[in-house]
Design a binder for this molecule. Structure first.
Ligand code: CTP
Length: 422
């Protein structure tokens, strides 16, 4: 087991719910990765697990309201949070999320959450209807807007014999998400992590526009031209930008993945609709063009279904679509301060990417190999190269698309910091 969290001090807030028993396993997982864990149990959590069990696994005292309120002078809630690098809330119940979003602090756990400037990761767990309730979704959007990171909930069978999103993420997923969050806060650029000085919401006050997914170019009412893009990379960037405090507009082609939390989503089908939606969403501080836009569309879209009537195969004549990235990059009015293009290449990735960066006129180009062997298109992982206009090149190791999204957002924040807000 790699000591990937070595030297990190984590406050683990355990909320009340049947998933609290998994929080005990999480303590073990975090310690296996080298982290020191200080548990805090809410009153409701103690209905499911005991402070003694949490303390035994953590190898240090577990805090509860009862004890610490009386003992404030010894361990103040401010000190509890200040001594750590991150706070993880697992399980994050609907009630705990509501308290966080509303800024309420009736107990030790929520007081620590209100008093901290540390990065926070929550792992929601609740009944599917509670999760889907507009109040919880509103609270979630508030929290992500405040810079809180979220992992899960997962889809699956729940304790009440129901099915749907609401199960807490698995302990290893929470540990992975914590690593990703800390790496993103480090900037992915070797900047050391400093306790208590983490830039929370590095894109707070910024507006970000992201295109994502494929386009569908209609042939007739039932047929279209498309590509294999899943939208995962673009959606992950939008989610990471929202988690970093930005106002995010995601312009998405037809995809089957869920909308990221805290993001305003505009759904389109064709390249021309995508261009119109992008123009309507300007001005923006940062524009990220991650969509796999169809280069061509049928010259004519038939109003009725083309029939197979035994005569000749119908010809398909194509015309070129507008290049959205190049169009926006060439603007003199309302040009976003940072424009990021993507390059999907199957051969000579870097040479083609360099040419594309010059041709499209963007500021940063993220290149990836989409040849079939790479499994990038539609897959969960990505190996990217970052190219800048002044000839800079950075190649990242193979990473999950969520992690790529977080690291990219940290990089965007650095690049855009010199640009005045739009
Ligand atoms: N792009 C765009 N509008 C298009 C085509 C592409 O905005 N009509 C954007 C993509 O979102 C991406 C970048 O341009 O950010 C490069 O896309 P890619 O498919 O790699 O390149 P193409 O311009 O399509 O060139 P080619 O197909 O020759 O590789």
């Amino acid at each position: 087991m790699s000591q990937s969290l070595s030297g990190r001090r984590v406050v683990l807030i355990i909320g009340g719910g049947i998933a609290a028993y998994k929080a005990l396993d999480l303590i073990r997982r975090l310690r296996e990765r080298g982290a020191a864990v200080r548990p805090i149990l809410t009153k409701a959590a103690q209905e499911f697990v005991t402070p003694l069990a949490a303390a035994a696994l953590a190898g240090q005292r577990a805090h509860t309201d009862l004890f610490d309120r009386a003992d404030e002078a010894e361990i103040g809630h401010i000190r509890l949070a200040r001594e750590a690098h991150a706070i993880v809330v697992a399980p994050a119940t609907a009630d705990l999320m509501a308290r966080m979003a509303g800024g309420h602090a009736p107990d030790l756990a929520s007081t620590v959450l209100l008093a901290t400037t540390l990065p926070i990761l929550i792992a929601p767990a609740m009944n599917v209807r509670m999760w889907q309730h507009p109040a919880t979704q509103r609270n979630l959007a508030t929290l992500t807007g405040d810079g809180v990171s979220v992992v899960g909930p997962n889809d699956g069978a729940m304790a009440e014999a129901e099915q749907g999103p609401g199960r807490m993420a698995e302990p290893y997923e929470i540990a992975d998400a914590l690593e990703a969050m800390l790496a993103a806060r480090d900037g992915g650029s070797g900047i050391g992590f400093m306790a208590g000085r983490t830039p929370r919401g590095v894109l707070a006050g910024r507006s970000v526009l992201v295109t994502s997914g494929p386009t569908h170019e209609a042939i007739d009412p039932v047929r279209y031209l498309a590509n294999r893009s899943s939208g995962r990379q673009g959606h992950a960037i939008a989610a990471a930008a929202a988690a970093a405090g930005a106002r995010v507009t995601l312009i998405s082609g037809p995809v089957s993945i869920p909308d990221p939390a805290g993001v305003s989503v505009v759904r389109i089908e064709s390249a021309r609709e995508m261009l119109a939606a992008v123009e309507a969403a300007l001005p923006a501080d940062i524009a990220v063009f991650a969509a796999a836009v169809g280069d061509w569309r049928p010259a004519e879209t038939r109003g009725g279904k083309i029939k197979k009537d035994g005569s000749a195969v119908p010809p398909l004549t194509l015309v070129e679509n507008p290049d959205i990235l190049a169009t926006i990059s060439a603007r003199t009015e309302n040009r976003p301060g940072l424009i990021v293009g993507f390059a999907a290449e199957t051969d000579d990735v870097l040479d083609n990417a360099r040419r594309k960066l010059a041709k499209k006129g963007c500021d940063l180009l993220v290149a990836n190999d989409v040849s079939h062997e790479g499994g990038v298109m539609g897959g969960a992982e990505n190996t990217v190269h970052l190219l800048t206009r002044d000839g800079g090149l950075d190649t990242w190791p193979k990473l999950g698309k969520e992690e790529v999204g977080k690291r990219l957002v940290a990089r965007f924040a650095e690049l855009v910091s010199a640009v005045p807000k739009s």
